[in-house]
Write a protein that binds this ligand. Structure first.
Ligand code: SAM
Ligand code: SF4
Ligand code: SF4
Length: 328
């Protein structure tokens, strides 16, 4: 067993998305025949707020709302507001593909108390966007970037780098985003779920990206939390930093302080888990707060997952769950 502090929960509020990124929800799998979680099985906002209020008593202080595409869920700002005011969570953030962000949506999210937005941005090239995520409808990226900066001060971006798909755009992305106050992150393509066509040859190790960016910008290390998933560097003469999530080449399981709550209320202690713990069942049985807490505490204290550290050693048993369901 690894003794790890619990303080961070990522919640998938929907398993649906208006995009079909090839590395996450490829259109061949997520088509009209795909069975999404039924409405009555999805955790309600009241259930999420109740659970988070309970988990706050044992250290929960950071929440990320994700999915699927979280902005597809109705009145998401109301959930944020209650997580901040009723559950008392210090930091509530959201990861989004940005396609549904307008100035008024950003303003509404800011007023609800949302602390930050991370925008997933894999390419600056509209043609490539269609190739990567299947959509022919493009949003106004500059409007979204300046809107995020206007309401949330810092623009945070995530880029999943895939060999021969967008690895040639890394410097262009840094050039563009570092003109804003920003935190730019590059993520190694991960073998989450069973739908994508991941294989090791598609990975660009973070070290290579570091060297590439350092050849143009002077990078200086920024001290990060032990539990942080990314290593961060400041870009000289800018108000920006660049970070790398190196789940494949430099796993960080030992300091993993996060749990994940799926759309249908299953708690997962690892992104690569094959099975979750049905905490919704306990909540819907109207059990006491203490019983819910005991259930969580029991599963958290027993966790021993370290998938990224043993990725290439273990034999596959059951299928891994999809990122959109468990929350990326
Ligand atoms: N739809 C929202 C979005 O795209 O920002 C939120 C959900 S998405 C699953 C959350 C994050 O997971 C995104 O930044 C996405 O790039 C990342 N992601 C999805 N599949 C991935 C994979 N196989 N490897 C690495 N990151 C992945
Ligand atoms: Fe949708 Fe986000 Fe997955 Fe892309 S990464 S398919 S935008 S959930
Ligand atoms: Fe945490 Fe699992 Fe990722 Fe390791 S592989 S860092 S345990 S989520």
């Amino acid at each position: 067993m690894l003794s790890r502090k619990f303080e961070y929960l990522r919640i998938s509020v929907t398993d649906r998305c208006n995009y079909r990124c090839s590395y996450c929800m490829p259109s061949e799998v997520f088509n009209n025949n795909y069975s999404y979680i039924a409405q009555n099985k999805i955790l309600s906002y009241e259930e999420i707020i109740h659970l988070c209020s309970i988990l706050k008593t044992i250290g929960l202080r950071k929440l990320r709302i994700t999915g699927g595409e979280p902005l597809l869920r109705k009145n998401i700002d109301k959930l944020v507001y209650k997580l901040k005011t009723e559950s008392g969570i210090d930091n509530v953030s959201m990861t989004t593909n940005g396609s549904l962000l307008t100035d008024s949506k950003l303003k509404q999210l800011k007023s609800s108390g949302l602390d930050s937005i991370t925008l997933s941005l894999d390419t600056l090239d509209p043609k490539k966007t269609t190739k990567i995520n299947g959509t022919k409808k493009h949003f106004d990226l500059d409007m979204v970037l300046t809107g995020i900066e206007k309401y949330f001060t810092t623009v945070k971006t995530n880029t999943v780098v895939i060999k021969d798909i967008n690895d040639n755009e890394v410097l262009d992305i840094v050039n563009k985003i570092s003109t804003l106050r920003s935190e730019i992150r590059f993520i190694e393509y991960m073998d989450v779920g069973e739908s994508n066509d991941w294989n090791f040859s598609k990975i660009i190790p973070s070290q290579e990206l570091y060297e590439l960016i350092n050849s143009k910008y002077e990078l200086s290390a920024i001290k990060t939390d032990k539990s942080s998933t990314s290593k961060k560097w400041a870009l000289k003469n800018t108000s920006s930093s660049v970070g790398f999530i190196s789940s494949i080449t430099e796993p960080f399981c030992n300091d993993c302080n996060r749990a994940r709550l799926s759309v249908d209320g299953k708690m997962y202690t690892c992104l690569f888990a094959t099975e979750g713990h049905d905490i919704k069942k306990i909540i819907r049985k109207n059990q006491s707060d203490q019983a819910i807490l005991d259930y969580f505490y029991n599963l958290w204290s027993k966790r021993s997952d370290r998938y990224s550290e043993v990725r290439f050693m273990q034999k596959k048993d059951s299928p891994k769950v999809e990122m959109s369901y468990i929350g990326g």
